[in-house]
Design a protein around this ligand. Sequence first.
Ligand code: ZN
Length: 105
Amino acid sequence: MIIICNKCETKFKVLDNLIPPEGKMVQCSYCNAKWRQDNVAELSTNLGLCVFWIITLCITFSILYLGLIIVYGNTIPIPKFLSDLLISFGIPIEGGNLFGREFDR
Ligand SMILES: [Zn+2]
């Protein structure tokens, strides 16, 4: 994790396990300032993991949703902007699906 000196704001990269969860007294090697450093690694790791999963889920659901639109055509609701986008990519979603049924428009 990255810790920052309270006084001169120099940043130090330290191994997560060097600072125990309850915190530890540390000293800046530039200005010799001392402060009690909390272990902030767990928080940032959890936040990163959270963002990662949210993005992963969004991408997964987007792909599933697009797959449903492509397979089932207009039998599921499609927002206007999305149908316009799909049509502009040459994906015929009105009146049929990609498997060749009812492509009469
Ligand atoms: Zn310092």
